[in-house]
Design a protein around this ligand. Structure first.
Ligand code: AP5
Ligand code: MG
Length: 216
């Protein structure tokens, strides 16, 4: 199962990827998560990425392509993987094709989560994440049992630095300008399936399940 989850900020890529990880025992490769960990650890890559991320812009292609190339070669990707937030530009998509070719692998599907951009601001401003175990929540749509506390490990939940309204607007614009062309790119490659990402989380999962069953 070699998948890409495509969609704008807040579409539900991370939420659905985590559910697929449990179901298929394949890794989620989120370039956003990898970059945030690098920023937190203060690595040279993190220092370089931070200003782009804080502004809601994209980290340079060569940085993220390098991350994904290295990650796809790890043993845990041998049965498949879920790419979440990569590729995000046409050069990244081309680089992914080259990398997969060199590893003798093919993509099985690209799932585009179709959402109404206006709903996304509420999703992102209400998002809470666990800094300890990575679990995701939403104050309204996926609330933790105890306010501000992770259900899974008990750590205090945090809000992402780039989930401020003005940064969200920039991220949406960047998505429209640089990432949206990938929908056509993968449509032309015969790999794209659209899923209604406006439905409740569980219903989106059911649609993705049905789609993946059709592939197998
Ligand atoms: P990244 O971390 O990838 O952020 P993003 O693409 O902006 O997407 P998000 O993580 O915000 O949204 P999501 O679709 O995962 O939504 P989620 O499931 O959390 O990237 C961050 C930054 O890193 C970028 O801006 C860039 O600077 C850099 N970067 C990363 N990758 C890069 C690349 N390839 N190239 C260059 N730069 C890169 O859901 C959101 C909320 O909504 C949650 O609270 C959730 O509970 C809730 N929710 C989810 N689904 C539903 C639903 N169906 N109904 C109601 N609520 C829902
Ligand atoms: Mg995400």
């Amino acid at each position: 199962m070699k998948l890409i989850l495509l969609g704008p900020p807040g579409a539900g890529k991370g939420t659905q990827a985590k559910l697929l990880v449990q179901k298929f025992a394949i890794p989620q490769i989120s370039t956003g998560d990898i970059l945030r960990a690098a920023v937190k650890d203060g690595t040279p890559m993190g220092v370089k990425a931070k200003s782009f991320m804080d502004a809601g812009g994209l980290v340079p292609d060569e940085v993220v392509v390098g991350i994904v190339k290295e990650r796809l070669q790890k043993d845990d990707c041998s049965n498949g993987f879920i790419l979440d937030g990569f590729p995000r530009t046409l050069p990244q998509a081309d680089a992914l094709q080259d990398t997969l070719k060199s590893l003798d692998k093919n993509l099985d599907a690209v799932i585009s989560l179709e959402v109404d951009i206006e709903a996304l601001v509420e999703r992102l401003t209400g998002r809470r994440s666990c800094p300890a175990c990575g679990a995701g929540f939403h104050v309204k749509y996926e609330p933790p049992k105890q306010d501000g506390i992770c259900d899974k490990c008990g750590a205090a939940l945090i809000q992402r630095d780039d989930d401020r309204e003005e940064t969200i607007r920039n991220r949406m614009q960047v998505y429209q300008d640089q990432t949206l062309p990938l929908v056509t790119y993968y449509q032309q490659a015969g790999l794209l399936s659209k899923v209604d990402g406006m439905l409740p989380i569980g219903e989106v999962t059911v649609l993705i399940d049905a789609l993946l069953k059709g592939l197998r």
